[in-house]
Design a protein around this ligand. Sequence first.
Ligand code: F6R
Length: 606
Amino acid sequence: MCGIIGIASNKAVSSAIINSLRKLEYRGYDSAGIATLSNGILNEVKSKGRVDTLEKNIAIKNMLGSIGIGHVRWATHGAPNTLNAHPHSSDNVSVVHNGIIENSTLLKKHLINKGHIFKSQTDTEVIVHLITEYLKELNLKDAIIKTLKQLHGSFALGIIFKDQPNLIVGARRGSPLAVGYGLNENYLGSDSYALKSMTNKISYLNDGEFCIIKKDQVDFFDEEGLKVNKKVLELTSKEQDYDKGDFKHFMAKEIEEQPTTLKNCINEYINVINNDININNFPWNIKEISSVTLIGCGTAYHSCLMAKYWFEENTTLDVTTDIASEFRYRKNRFKDDNLYIFVSQSGETADTYAALDLCNKNNMKTCSVVNVIESSIARDSKFILPIHCGIEIGVASTKAFMGQMLVLYILVLKLGILRKDLDKDLYLNKIKDLKVLPKLVEQTLLSESKIQAVSSSFTDAKGSMFLGRGFSYPIALEGALKLKELAYVHAEGYPAGEMKHGPLALIEDGMPVVVLAPRDNYYKKTISNMQEVIARGAKVLLITNKSKDEIFSENIWETILVESTNDDLLPFLLTIPLQKLAYYSALKKGYDIDKPRNLAKSVTVE
Ligand code: F6R
């Protein structure tokens, strides 16, 4: 999704901005642009497509200026083309923007009446014209304050001015924004990851704040223009050099990395000597919690749903799950004894952040399961459980999904034993099994050989279904989501027992259907549901775990076997073939696997 970079320096900044925009590419975008200020002139270069295309523009090579802003855009208002790419500029002001200005139509009308001429279809351009208008009568600070007050919606902004050769203004409401401190230069960035190659000293703007960045000074202000003191944080996680290595795509690498990332995470949370789980500094007494709400979006929501099954199996806590974009606008009954858990890889997802913010404003117990520990969701949660899986670049979440499930499962076991819902021996056995999980994931990754061959049937299909019951149902949803987003094939995840209540009508001759039927408590029921779809012509790919017992079922098209473990942990193993199925299906079609169309890694608009 959109990303912002700003640099105030004593040397030319255009190539440093281009390099930093590259760090933001993983978020997903459709166009890019840069503006610098030199000798009192605002220079602007923009292009549709990748940062590489922008860099090839001859004008960039000659772009002077020690003050500049850059942007990668993920279209919201207006088509993804060069005209709508950011920055947007008037003669006096140049702006880059993340977020959505909800009252832009009204503001635009008002500005057109005043004689302003608009060039693009974006909501952002109203910001340019508002500032330009207010600068006619106000000083810079007051023009900014007045502009920000006019805007409804969410934004992170980077602004440069023709008449201010030394400064960049940054402003934030809703969308994240960070400031970085360097030697004789300072930076603005939509996330700290983009700044990590330049500095590890960072401050974050809070909602409603703005800042003025010069090469040797940064000042922060609240919405009324009063000075705010900021802590400078030192990032502990250094910039990782993360490349594809010998893999064709980051997604392939991230799938293969899973045994290692799971092992790292287990090492962080499990004391190998006494086989106990360490969740240090948990801020609440366990007796204060009698229910749990898990909230997330997309794949992160699926890990929430998975955790619901584990909570119900291993604790007596009441559990609900919610999709963040629904939760944030519902009339929720907030309960003091409820633990609200927010799951997010990026930690920047706008809807998940808004749901967290709502809970914080109601003084609830908030905890987040995140990958990016410097993210907004991590910073604003009362307690954090990191998933320790390292940066994830592929837009389709793979290792982070596994990490989220793992951390949620660890939390389930810990709450289960602390509440005495789980018997001590059972707890210790479950931990023993957990320690072997990375090995089983590794073996499942190695042993799978059919997926590549069967993926053609999905690539060419009009539609497909993914069925599962119990613990396998959230994984069926996740498998369908992965196929949709990567191979652009319609795929529906469904509880196997629900098919006869409607979706069975979709089944026709040769339709590929994935059935997840591990040898757990639901096995026999799922196998019966599988027969019902086979009887109606479905081509069934059965995914189950290795067992000495035969599979008593006829006419199964293909069977894939994963390793065996206890019922709780089977979902991890079932996930592997589904990730690969989506990967190979997209590969066959030649799609952009790491950056699927229309999608973004960090979804910072609602
Ligand atoms: C799908 C996928 C998305 C994300 C969702 C939430 O593969 O990655 O569905 O899970 O956009 O993102 P985070 O976890 O960053 O909040």
